[in-house]
Each structure stands twice: as structure tokens, then as C-alpha cells.
Design a protein around this ligand. Structure first.
Ligand code: GDP
Ligand code: MG
Length: 448
């Protein structure tokens, strides 16, 4: 993968104080190859590597303390940029209902997404109505009704009529159903309408026409192109076909829980100019989140989903605490008190091993995971609690006699105290790395 490649490349560079043009070219070649292997489209790769090369040869790298690190930083920044920079939020209609139409190939995850969106909106106090416009596939209507029920959202489906075919009749006019659905939403005061549409296995003219017709008939506020992140190089052709015939305002990447590294994401965003709004990460209705370009960049670089990890750790304490901690990190005032709080929160979260699983390099970490001892946290607590507030705030004043007093007070040895202080220093360094967007190590875990 890209990260392993870069690590190898940078290993050679690390010793050098400066990067030569040849070093940069070698690195850029590796990035190029890795991106192509991750199914990023060639034209996107070219543009990307050209940008990285230009910056890597520039002043910011020459002046950097660690040029190799700086190049990684540049690669990361450019990746975030190409993925859309800031996160783009869902657009709301000025006059409700906000109409969201889903389009994409069969099996992309549209119907599942309809349920996920409905649940997500309901959790925020909205009243979405799901509209079943997939009249192609047997059971499609029933499937939507099932996810609607799971999400606690109402579903509007075509009336069965008297053909005897039941409500999953594969006849009927999806454009008509879409319009009726929106009328129903107005009448019953739903503030969101999610229109599920049909897909085929491959791009096909009739399907495209139908999706285009629905779009023109209902003029949605958002048309979300739903695409399976695993489809690789086909992603680009599919996205372009949909853009030409239906056009869309945003993209949803599904099946990110699989092995796909997200090369498709890079290509689609870059070639269609349409932002990625959401990421779908499993079959359950909760496996869904707004898309974060920075997280995707980390994923592509295989840095693990560090931000998610941090977020989970923060679940245990309130937002105010989190904000204060972040401020401290940014201003470099991370103290032993903060360290203790973090330890306690990790323990409070209870699922430390699960969180560890989200970090990269799991192979190496496995043993450490097995050896991780929560008693360590209890010892840490005892030591820090034996310190004075002044000592906690400024560990630099911890001389020999203070350390001895603390050891006695906590029932631990001076060696334990020393080891804690050095782990704290490591953690402080790590927190600074995380604050700058790098790869952290976990307090108490030792280096990865
Ligand atoms: P549609 O044809 O576009 O409506 O696709 P469906 O919503 O019916 O989904 C097709 C299959 O993909 C179903 O088995 C879903 O459970 C599955 N699926 C959808 N989204 C995800 C996802 O994010 N991850 C995984 N692993 N499976 C998904
Ligand atoms: Mg469907």
C-alpha cells in the first residue's frame, strides 16, 4: 500500500538533511505507482503528482527540519485538497420539504442509504418520508418499507392497483410515484423526502433516461450519486455516465468497510467536481457518517482513522472538557492532570482494545494489545494523585527528592515514577503530533 511504499522511500531519505531533486522524483514515482494501484484514475494521478513534486522541490521542504516528514505532510495536504478540502453539508430547501434523490447502479447501496439517511435525519428531529421509485426490481418496494420501518420513517409506495400483481408490481411509472410522493410529503408536512430509484447492473441508456426524467419532474435539492467504493477503475466511467445523463449534486461512497482504500473517491471528486457528502461503512442503519476529506486522506495514506479514535476516546467526557483539552494541545500546555484525565477516560470508555484496533500497524501492536494491563492505569492514577498541583502542571520541577516523596505517597517505586514521567513526555509529544495531524502513539503502550 501507499503508506508502506512511502515508509520505505522515506527511510532512505530520513538520514539526509536535504532532499535532492532525484530524491523527490523517486518519491513521486512511488506515490504515482501506489495511487495507480489504489485505482485512482491516471489523469488524477498525473495532476496530483505534479502538484506534490512542485511543492516538494520548493522552499517549504528545504527549510523544514525534517524534509521527508514535510513531504508526507504535503502529500497529505494535497490529498485532502483533492478530496474536497472542507466537508460539504447537506443542503436544506428554503421551503420544506428538502428533496433528496438517490441515483446509482444496482447494488450500490441506495435503498440501504435511504434508511440510513432517514434515521440520521430523524435523530436530528426531522420527519423524512421515503419514496419508493424503484419499480424495476421485484421486492424493491418491500425492501424500502423494511428499512423505513427500521429507521422509524414513513414510506410512500405506489398503490398496487388491480393488476393482481401485488404491491411489488414491476409496472408503474416511477416519475408519477416521485411526484405523488412529494405531494404526500407536503400534505403530511414531512420536512424531508428521500427518493429511492432503480439501478441496473451496468450503465444503461434506459435507466439513465428514467433517472433523468425523475430528476426533471421533481427538481430535487440534492441528487446523490451512490457508488460502491470497491468498484475500482469503473468508478470513473460510471460517475461520468451518471453526470452526463442525470447529473448529481453530491456523491455518497458506500462499502468503505471493505478493503477499498478509496482510490475511487479521489478520482470521482476530482473528475466530476462534485463533493462527497457521506460515507457508508456497513449494512446496519447506523453505519453511516458525513464524509471527512481529511479522514479519507489518512485512509488512503493508511494512517488509520485516527480522528475517529480520538473522537471515541472523547465520548467519555463532555464537550467542554474536549474543547479545553484541544486548546491545551494546540497551545502546548498539556499537563500531567490532562494525562491523568485521558487515562481515566480511556478506562471509562472501557473498550480500549477496540479503539486500538482502529490504529494502523495492527500486526506489530497485537502483542502489546494482549499485554495491555488496565492496572497500569490504576498505578498511574496513584502516582499522579500523589503530586502537588504545581508538579502536575509543570513536571519539569520533578527533582529527585520530589520523586521520592511521590513514590512513597503512592506506594510505588521511584523507577515507577520515572517511567510515568517519561511516558507522559512521550504522550505530550504524541498529542502534539496528533494536533498537527500525524500518527500518534497511545499512552502506556510504548512505541508502536
Ligand atoms: P441498491 O440496489 O443500490 O438499492 O443497493 P442496496 O441498498 O439494496 O444494497 C445492496 C447490498 O449492499 C445489500 O446487501 C446491502 O446490505 C449492502 N450494503 C449497502 N451499503 C453497504 C455498506 O456500506 N457496506 C456493506 N458492507 N454493505 C452494504
Ligand atoms: Mg434499491
Amino acid at each position: 500500500n501507499l503508506s508502506a511504499r512511502l515508509t520505505d522511500t522515506f527511510k532512505n531519505l530520513r538520514a539526509k538533511g536535504k532532499l535532492s531533486a532525484a530524491d523527490v522524483d523517486g518519491t513521486v514515482r512511488e506515490i504515482r505507482r501506489a495511487l495507480l494501484e489504489a485505482d485512482v484514475a491516471l489523469e488524477v494521478v498525473k495532476e496530483f503528482t505534479a502538484k506534490v513534486r512542485e511543492r516538494a522541490l520548493g522552499d517549504e521542504v528545504n527549510r523544514a527540519l525534517n524534509p521527508a516528514q514535510q513531504v508526507v505532510q504535503i502529500v497529505n495536504e494535497e490529498l485532502v485538497g483533492i478530496l474536497g478540502g472542507e466537508q460539504r453539508r447537506l443542503r436544506f430547501a428554503k421551503n420544506p420539504p428538502t428533496v433528496i434523490m438517490l441515483a446509482g447502479l444496482q447494488g450500490a447501496g441506495k435503498t440501504t442509504l435511504a434508511g440510513k439517511l432517514a434515521k440520521w435525519l430523524r435523530d436530528q428531529g426531522h420527519t423524512p418520508l421515503l419514496v419508493a421509485c424503484d419499480l424495476q426490481r421485484p421486492n424493491a418496494v418491500t425492501q424500502l418499507k423494511v428499512v423505513g420501518e427500521q429507521a422509524g420513517a414513513a414510506v410512500f409506495a405506489p398503490h398496487p392497483g388491480n393488476t393482481g400483481a401485488g404491491e411489488d408490481a414491476t409496472s408503474g411509472d416511477p416519475v408519477r410515484v416521485a411526484k405523488d410522493g412529494i405531494a404526500e410529503a407536503r400534505a403530511k408536512q414531512h420536512d424531508f423526502v428521500i427518493v429511492d430509484t432503480a439501478g441496473r447492473l451496468g450503465v444503461d441508456a434506459e435507466l439513465m433516461r428514467q433517472a433523468g426524467d425523475i430528476r426533471r419532474a421533481i427538481d430535487p435539492d440534492e441528487v446523490l450519486f451512490v457508488i460502491d467504493a470497491m468498484i475500482g477503475q469503473d468508478a470513473v466511467a460510471t460517475a461520468r455516465a451518471f453526470q452526463e445523463s442525470v447529473d448529481f449534486t453530491g456523491v455518497v461512497l458506500t462499502k468503505l468497510d471493505g478493503d477499498a482504500r478509496g482510490g475511487a473517491a479521489l478520482s470521482i471528486r476530482s473528475l466530476t467536481g462534485r463533493p462527497i457528502l457521506f460515507a457508508s461503512t456497513g449494512e446496519g442503519l447506523g453505519d453511516f457518517e458525513p464524509f471527512h476529506p481529511d479522514r479519507m486522506a489518512s485512509r488512503i495514506l493508511d494512517l488509520g482513522d485516527i480522528l475517529t479514535l480520538i473522537e471515541q476516546a472523547q465520548h467519555a467526557f463532555d464537550e467542554e472538557e474536549a474543547r479545553k483539552a484541544a486548546e491545551k494541545l494546540a497551545s502546548d500546555q498539556f499537563t500531567l492532570d490532562d494525562f491523568l484525565k485521558q487515562m481515566q477516560q480511556l478506562r471509562g470508555a472501557g473498550s480500549i482494545k477496540k479503539m486500538m484496533g482502529m490504529l494502523p500497524g495492527m500486526g506489530k501492536m497485537k502483542d502489546q494489545l494482549e499485554n495491555f494491563d488496565e492496572r497500569e492505569i490504576v498505578h498511574t492514577e496513584a502516582i499522579i494523585q500523589s503530586m502537588t498541583p504545581a508538579e502536575r502542571g509543570n513536571p519539569k520541577i520533578l527533582n529527585g527528592s520530589r520523586r521520592l516523596r511521590i513514590a512513597k505517597g503512592s506506594g510505588m517505586t521511584v523507577t515507577d515514577v520515572n517511567s510515568l514521567v517519561s511516558r507522559f513526555e512521550q504522550a505530550a509529544k504524541m498529542m502534539k503530533t496528533v494536533a498537527r495531524g500525524g500518527v500518534p502513539q497511545i499512552p502506556g503502550m510504548g512505541p508502536v
